[in-house]
Design a protein. Structure first.
Length: 486
């Protein structure tokens, strides 16, 4: 029919629209990520300026995430709505703007920083100086609950904000307001969306069972590790097949060179879990194991695997899904690096202040080395390729993530944390919310021709989508629901 022909033509046009990106510079990818610490700083500054003026949006306001969880249910409907709108405007809206604008992003950052420091100055003016004020300590006593708490504050912020960034991009990429240079690269280069899966894998590794077991001194038998992993990957495989059936049955547009014909993100997560459990390295040797995996995989790419991935015809099941299958090895290397970093950041206790400073120094040094290795790898080994998840991509992704964590940890040292209902609500049910975001993205794409939408309509839809996403996270949190698949 004519309608079917129109749908097929639009699908082809849409697939062409999201394909063929050569990416952007490393500096611009990092610049977009800077919205995370800047927005967090702005939120903290405005929050404490309001508190200094006698306005408190949160009952029993306390920076520790566990306190935010404990008192979220005490907020009335009107108060909750006010908090959601307040946090959404300071934390989520700047993220949408950073991902969809190139011309005035720097100006936006300068304005956000200026407002943050104005608010900080207001707070300092409101404080009554003590006649015998003690010499300032690097960690005021009001932050001890954060340093000694159950949750590592900067990791919670990082994981939630990476989910926000990812969910903004998966919908925004379908509109023309999203710069094409930020879409996933076709073969080589780097872009904002290229780091998405790598960030998800790295974030999962930081709080993985292996990292937590290491900090507690737990040890498990190899057979038990394999059994637990099989139970863990089962729902991921189910989700992968549900997504596969859903995309094929609705004739949904696909970017085949991303994962392959049948492969998808959930199969990649399952593959990573299986390979890591088979390797089962001690967490304190995980980075060395990850480097070994990445090096062996890069050697295989040199010896002909790269040519196979890029040029082999899709004549069998493996060839049809070659990008998804083989890129798992690169993501395994990223996971292992995140795993060992998690063992550094997770320990808490009475000497948390010292551990925090030690962690900051370790991350700063590690990140400097990683960026240097990324530069050298890109120059002398291989150009960055998300499609293959080669050695340069592994180094680039680790460098990017460690930088964001470093900045958030530094902020926790020098700027008092504030309650953040949306971000900690997202962190509580991140995988479920990611599934919902994918369903909403699919529904929007099936209900309209996104690539023909005006800029105003695009921003309205992206904003409403992220507001619904944030609101759902808070509703689940207020209902004290933690939804898991295993």
């Amino acid at each position: 029919s004519l309608r079917a022909m129109d749908r097929a033509a639009y699908k082809a046009e849409h697939e062409l629209f999201v394909a063929g990106s050569a990416g952007t510079s490393t500096a611009e990818v990092v610049q977009v990520a800077l919205v995370i610490p800047i927005a967090v700083l702005l939120h903290r500054s405005v929050h404490y300026a309001l508190c200094s003026a006698g306005v408190s949006l949160y009952p029993h306001a306390h920076p520790d995430s566990s306190q935010v969880h404990a008192h979220a249910g005490e907020l009335s409907f009107a108060s909750t709505l006010l908090v959601v709108l307040f946090e959404f405007s300071l934390l989520v809206v700047p993220t949408i703007a950073a991902c969809t604008t190139r011309q005035w992003r720097t100006h936006m950052y300068v304005a956000m920083l200026a407002l943050a420091f104005l608010c900080h100055g207001f707070v300092l003016m409101k404080r009554k100086p003590s006649a015998k004020a003690p010499r300032s300590r690097p960690f005021p006593s009001s932050w001890l609950a954060v340093l000694q708490g159950k949750h590592v504050h900067c990791i919670s912020l990082y994981r939630a904000y990476m989910m926000v960034l990812t969910c903004v991009c998966i919908l925004a990429v379908d509109f023309r307001v999203f710069p094409r240079a930020f879409a996933k690269t076709e073969t080589f280069g780097q872009s904002v969306m290229d780091v998405g899966v790598g960030c998800f894998v790295f974030a999962s590794a930081l709080v993985s069972k292996q990292a937590q077991a290491s900090t507690r001194g737990d040890s498990q038998s190899y057979a038990r590790v394999i059994k637990r992993t099989l139970l863990k990957v089962s729902p991921l495989l189910v989700l992968g097949f549900i997504r596969l059936i859903g995309t094929k049955s609705t004739d949904y547009q696909e970017h085949v060179s991303e994962y392959g014909v049948h492969w998808n993100f959930f199969f990649t997560l399952a593959g990573i879990s299986l390979i890591v459990s088979l390797l089962n390295p001690p967490p304190n040797h995980a980075i060395a194991t990850g480097v070994g995996v990445a090096a062996c995989y890069q050697l295989a790419l040199w010896l002909g695997l790269q040519d196979y991935i890029l040029n082999a015809p899709r004549t069998n099941l493996l060839a049809m899904n070659k990008e998804g299958v083989f890129s798992c090895f690169g993501y395994v290397a990223i996971f292992l690096c995140g795993l060992q970093l998690g063992t550094i950041l997770l320990p808490r206790g009475s000497d948390a202040a010292r551990k925090m400073k030690d962690s900051l120094l370790v991350m700063g040094g590690t990140d400097a080395v990683c960026w240097l290795l990324t530069l050298l790898s890109g120059m002398y080994i291989a150009e960055n390729s998300r499609r293959m998840a080669n050695l340069t991509y592994v180094l680039f992704t680790v460098s990017y993530n460690v930088l964001v964590l470093f900045l958030l940890l530094a902020m926790d040292m020098f700027f008092e944390p504030a309650p953040q209902l949306i971000l900690f609500s997202i962190n509580r049910n991140s995988l479920v919310l990611f599934l919902v975001a994918n369903l909403m993205t699919g529904g929007i794409n099936l209900s309209m021709h996104t690539i023909y939408a005006s800029d105003v309509l695009a921003y309205a839809i992206i904003g409403a989508y992220m507001l619904a996403f944030s609101t759902l996270a808070v509703i689940l949190h207020k209902a004290d629901l933690t939804l898991r698949f295993w």
